[in-house]
Design a protein around this ligand. Structure first.
Ligand SMILES: [Zn+2]
Length: 451
């Protein structure tokens, strides 16, 4: 087997992809060719104007794209590129073009199936052999019927697309504000649709993480563990986006969040930039970045440091128990909305590098996989450049690692492009990279299910 064939395993097995971000410009154009004049584009136009200061005319854009051989102008309004400057607001503004199409389809064509089918057809054409799609419904538990219906239809399209050469699974993304409530609805869906049990293998946490500490999902994870033990044949695994965008807290807390998500029971973690981006680079991304955090986070950090003292010290993180106890006392009786500000010096930055080492080694022990998405991290994850990308640190560690495309349609970038990017920017040749990555298929959710 030659090196090119080796990397095929990584290029044909996709573990981190969102259905909603998978529609390429060409497919979007194809879908709306006969409808673009009837679609309500105001959500896209208004938010685009806010983010870019220009009011686009989507009808003119689509008319031009249909009549000209070049998609360049349409792509400039949809594809989120390096030149967009790493702002989530701008990313969302472009994403909204697809959302307007989804909304139109749901309202006028009875569901999203046709869109999902085109996305899957593209992945088959790309040569993907195993793929785990995830999706966040536009509904939560306040709309239980629609929540279940959305995921049922998505899972069924995926189920029906499978054949001898193409295996696909579905992860239901739970809204971070109501994981337990929505998890109950997922169980109801499985009760009523036994034919979908083999397709729905897991749950995901995605979208904004700021404001949603992993610890707030403790009750959900307890319940899930109990249910999985009771019914091992339909056990659900959890993938969890964490440490991706974390400007609301200190670097220590961001590292801790990744660790907590794994200890709670997630078996794959999305991004974990906080574990791989050098702390000096992270802190230099914005003025006073990561210096301020809510007192609740500082308190949680103190508790963590005291609980993990022995292991942290072994990794070279100094823990001053007396100082931490004293600091903890200071918070007793203080208002809950208080903030703590602490500047970084070289000693603190060095201790954060050791914290990263500790958590990476702990993830390796727990057999937890990091899903890293190069383009996504560079364009929206505030990773400043290729050399700073966390993937290099991950590759040098023992942690299991899978490469994902995240939102390939909006980034205009396939999984094979992402794997090539890692190959190009790491100092490993294809053989070494293949040996390091292994076959991501071994990391699929649902693999431990009793049969
Ligand atoms: Zn993602």
């Amino acid at each position: 087997m030659n090196a090119q064939t080796y990397l095929q395993a990584a290029k044909t097995c996709e573990l981190h992809i969102h259905l909603g971000g998978s529609l390429f410009t060409e497919d979007l154009l194809d879908l709306v060719r006969d409808h673009y004049q009837q679609i309500d584009w105001s959500f896209f136009v208004d938010n685009f104007a806010k983010a870019y200061g220009i009011r686009p005319d989507p009808i003119a854009l689509f008319a031009e794209a249909i009549n000209s051989p070049s998609l360049e102008k349409l792509k400039a309004h949809y594809v989120y590129g390096a030149e967009d400057g790493g702002s989530f607001e701008r990313f969302q503004a472009k994403f909204n073009m697809a959302i307007c199409v989804y909304r139109h389809w749901w309202a006028q064509h009875g569901g999203q199936e046709e869109i999902w089918r085109r996305i899957i057809a593209r992945h088959k054409k790309e040569g993907l052999r195993y793929i785990e799609y995830r999706s966040l419904a536009p509904y939560d538990h306040s709309n239980p019927v629609d929540f279940i219906e959305f995921h049922k239809r998505s899972a069924r399209v995926i189920h029906e697309a499978c054949n001898d050469n193409f295996e696909a699974r579905y992860l239901i993304s739970l809204p971070r504000w109501a994981p337990s409530e929505c998890y109950q609805l997922v169980q109801r869906l499985l009760d009523d649709n036994e034919d979908l049990i083999s397709t729905i293998v897991g749950l995901d946490f995605c979208h904004f993480e700021e404001g949603f500490p992993p610890d707030s999902t403790r009750a959900f994870f307890q319940r899930l563990r109990r249910d999985n033990e009771l019914r091992p044949g339909r056990a659900l695994d959890v993938a969890y986006h964490v440490g991706e965008v974390y400007f609301d807290k200190s670097l220590e807390s961001a590292v801790r969040w990744c660790h907590e998500a794994a200890e709670l029971g997630a078996i794959r973690l999305g991004h974990c930039t906080a574990l791989g981006l050098d702390p000096a680079t992270a802190a230099a991304r914005q003025a006073e970045a990561h210096e301020r955090e809510p007192a609740s986070e500082r308190l949680a950090q103190i508790r963590y440091d005291l609980n993990h003292r022995e292991a942290l010290e072994k990794f070279g993180v100094p823990i001053d128990v007396k100082a931490l106890e004293k600091e903890r006392q200071h918070f007793i009786g203080s208002p809950g909305d208080e903030f703590v500000q602490r500047a970084y010096d070289s000693e603190r930055l060095e201790s954060i590098r050791h914290r990263q080492d500790y958590v990476l080694s702990r993830l390796a022990e727990l057999d937890v996989v990091i899903e890293t998405c190069p383009t996504s991290n560079l364009r929206i994850g505030a990773v400043p450049d290729a050399q700073a990308h966390p993937v290099h640190r991950f590759l040098a560690s023992e942690v299991k690692l899978a490469i994902g495309a995240d939102d390939p349609g909006i980034f205009d970038c396939t999984l094979a492009d992402e794997v090539d990017w890692v190959h190009r920017h790491s100092d490993m040749d294809a053989d070494a990279l293949h040996a390091r990555l292994g076959d991501p298929y071994h990391y699929r959710l649902g693999r431990r299910r009793a049969r």
